[in-house]
Design a protein around this ligand. Structure first.
Ligand SMILES: Cc1cc2nc3c(=O)[nH]c(=O)nc-3n(C[C@H](O)[C@H](O)[C@H](O)COP(=O)(O)OP(=O)(O)OC[C@H]3O[C@@H](n4cnc5c(N)ncnc54)[C@H](O)[C@@H]3O)c2cc1C
Length: 383
């Protein structure tokens, strides 16, 4: 098939991977007047990477590290701006719960981030949580940090909104065009795909679970992992509606879980971080969900959300891409500073996509960003 490009194969910036991060980067680059080509190996959007499954949690309370909160405040602003551009609702607020035993990092870290950043929040014990949000039936001794700004994003729609907004500003997007490799070309790059070769001044690599194939230092350091999501029929659906059930993170002896009210498709949705700890190349992690996957999720539904312990309605797989410390990589390559890489996953990256897109555009166009990306340097993974 011949090349069909609007700019003779020369661009300011090429973006590889048009999922959550790449679609946001394409939009923010196009907003700055850059000539952008964004390429994806599959469709735009697709359900083969990390950005599908109807809902993704967004929260300001951030037990992973309080330094994420400033980025989250900006992400909330940018998601709301994107809603205006797209003319549709992308973010629904339900409040967020981070629950665990008092001395656990999920609860403690969440409270700490609220205190450090002066976020409104309440601490509820298991009884108080159940009285306030009856779908929750957590064991005695568990404490919950409730933060009212949290909620969920609609990931497929967010990717579409960023992609369409980028195209409206002149970005060129190609689906079903796998990138085979790239090489430096003076201060710029040449990118080779299954359909041709393209030149650009800068390259953004946001290839999700495949990023290690294109960015050598991340091979073996950004590790794909199979996840399974389950949607279960509630016996008492009124307890699992967006108005009555905040999104949650919960760590107990059984594991660490996250979950959502019913939205978009039927059922109360729940997932378990690092599900069955199945890691490997993305193509080896595609096995459809089975009875063991369901049983692992149901264990937590039965224990903590018994009013939702009805028949399973949907099971779906998705890919995490984990770093050793579970923080992101958003950086320029030391040997090739014209190449910017973004691997915000480790199971918690989606909510940041809007602000990561802005940061990627900063790094590609200005070589620097006003945002604090101190946690996300590549160097830390190489030592
Ligand atoms: C089950 C699950 C639940 C999650 N829950 C949450 C949550 O509640 N909140 C939250 O904030 N985050 C959550 N996350 C994490 C979040 O979804 C990810 O951090 C985010 O989707 C990653 O986006 P990405 O752009 O890096 O990857 P993707 O969206 O997968 O995009 C990468 C793209 O690159 C393309 N690509 C790869 N290789 C090539 C190539 N060679 N050439 C061209 N294209 C290529 C792929 O086709 C893909 O479209 C969850 C993830 C999973 C899997």
């Amino acid at each position: 098939m011949g090349l069909q490009t609007t700019s003779g194969g020369h661009y300011d910036v090429i973006v590889v991977g048009v999922g959550a991060m790449g679609s946001a980067a394409a939009y923010h680059l196009a907003r700055r007047g850059q000539r952008v080509l964004a390429l994806d190996r599959y469709g735009i959007p697709n359900t083969l990477g990390s950005s599908h499954g109807i809902t993704r949690i967004i929260r300001l309370a951030y037990y992973e590290d309080p330094s994420y909160v400033a980025l989250l405040r900006r992400a909330f602003v940018l998601w709301r701006e994107l809603e205006t551009v797209a003319g549709e609702r992308l973010l629904l607020q339900t409040g967020s719960i981070d629950a665990a035993a008092e001395a656990n990092w999920v609860f403690e870290g969440s409270v700490r981030s609220c205190e450090e950043h002066d976020l409104p929040h309440e601490v509820l014990d298991a009884d108080a949580l159940h009285r306030r949000f009856p779908g929750y039936r957590l064991p005695d001794g568990v404490l919950a940090c409730y933060q009212p700004d949290g909620g969920f994003l609609l990931p497929e729609r967010c990717v579409v909104a960023h992609a369409e907004a980028a195209m409206a500003l002149g970005a060129e997007l190609h689906g079903h065009e796998p990138v085979l490799g790239w090489e430096p070309d003076g201060d710029g790059v040449v990118v080779t795909t299954e359909r041709g070769r393209y030149h650009a001044e800068r390259l953004v690599v946001s290839a999700g679970a495949w990023i290690g194939d294109l960015v050598a230092p991340l091979a073996g350091r950004a590790v794909p992992e199979r996840q399974v999501l389950g949607w279960f029929a509630p016996h008492r659906p009124e307890r699992f509606a967006p108005a009555t059930f905040p999104v949650f993170n919960l760590e107990t002896d059984l594991g660490r879980y996250y979950g959502f009210p019913q939205y978009g498709i039927p059922g109360f949705k729940l997932g378990r971080y690092h599900h069955r700890q199945e890691q490997g190349p993305p193509e080896d992690l595609r096995q459809p969900p089975d009875a063991d996957d369901e049983a692992l999720l149901r264990e937590a539904v039965a224990a903590y959300f018994p009013d939702a312990d009805g028949p399973v309605l949907t099971l779906a797989t998705c890919l995490f891409t984990n770093t050793a410390d579970e923080h992101f990589v958003v950086d320029r390559l030391p040997d090739h500073p014209q190449v910017v890489v973004a691997s915000p996953c480790s199971g918690h990256g989606f909510k940041f996509a809007a602000v990561v897109g802005e940061i990627l555009a900063d790094l590609a166009v200005d070589d620097t960003t006003r945002h604090d990306v101190g946690l996300f340097g590549l160097d830390r993974l190489l030592t």
